[in-house]
Design a binder for this molecule. Sequence first.
Ligand SMILES: NC(=O)c1ccc[n+]([C@@H]2O[C@H](COP(=O)([O-])OP(=O)(O)OC[C@H]3O[C@@H](n4cnc5c(N)ncnc54)[C@H](O)[C@@H]3O)[C@@H](O)[C@H]2O)c1
Length: 331
Amino acid sequence: MRVVVTGGAGYIGSVVTDQLIDEGHDVLVIDDLSKGHRDAVHEAAAFVQGDLGERTKVAAALYAFRAEAVIHMAASSLVGESVSDPAKYYCANLTTGLALLDAMRQSSVSRLVFSSTAAVYGNPAKQPIEESDPTTPTNPYGATKLAFEQALRWYGAAYGLSSVSLRYFNAAGATEFRGERHDPETHLLPLVLDVAAGRRSEVLVYGNQYQTPDGTCVRDYIHVEDLARAHTLALEHVNVAGQSRAYNLGCGGAGYSVRQVISAASRVTGHTIPCRVVAPRAGDPATLVASSHRISRELGWKPRRHLLEHIIESAWRWNLLCLARTTRATA
Ligand SMILES: NC(=O)c1ccc[n+]([C@@H]2O[C@H](COP(=O)([O-])OP(=O)(O)OC[C@H]3O[C@@H](n4cnc5c(N)ncnc54)[C@H](O)[C@@H]3O)[C@@H](O)[C@H]2O)c1
């Protein structure tokens, strides 16, 4: 299939692009490199540097590439920033997303896989979270992702768009070639590994009085390769005109607390990881764990690397590789 990946120079997008190419698809990455890295894009993928908001340019790129489907991963995704600057998030995640849908209509592309998030659920009343549970986001990031999901349903009914929204829980880990390089980094695991590698002095733990076994927040970590595989599966199923479907993507189980992640990282790396408890962040739910039964039942997806230690090991290998590259470059 001829697939366009928006945000394909980012962390998850680069792994999705690699898998698509490995499976024999033709890929065009569109990315403005505001957060991504040109060297993270597979050399066999075509690349257009541009902002998705530039509808004419994007429509021309889709048309020239003879795109058959789009995986839309480009977004602004810092929860804290979305609270202090909601206008940026409505523009980046909703207005820009709608411009992409217009460009797709203009170039007759009617299949879409969308990177959504667990943040659409807000502070859920029960765990594990199912797709049919209430969606009441507690920050503009989650609200803009949900608003775009809702647009997909109406675009399906009116224009025949076929879409799948994948609600990721916490993506983590690395492949042999790709890993997390966010700037600023806000995700727990890379921050913890930066401390293990001596690049930071301590990890901040936001609150230890939550209603969880050790008082720190519990999250559902999913290996980025498992996440990427869900996209290639979704592509095979995104072919019923007018249908839109949402799927959770997590490993389920009990999830892992912040303290469990820090202890596991200390075991895997062999380094002590100092941490300091600070005030909880506004709107941080105590626990977010996915039920992924729907995607397992309907698309046959199952996580293969659900053990936290395995996820951390892969990220640590990536971390050491980056460190070696930096050292070589500065030598
Ligand atoms: N990382 C996670 O744990 C997680 C969890 C839930 C959802 N998500 C979603 O998954 C997607 C990918 O996340 P990630 O962690 O790989 O993020 P990332 O920041 O590494 O990648 C996003 C990419 O999109 C590009 N981009 C942003 N705005 C753009 C625009 N207007 N035009 C063109 N390119 C643009 C950036 O340059 C970057 O390469 C995002 O939509 C995010 O909201 C991520």
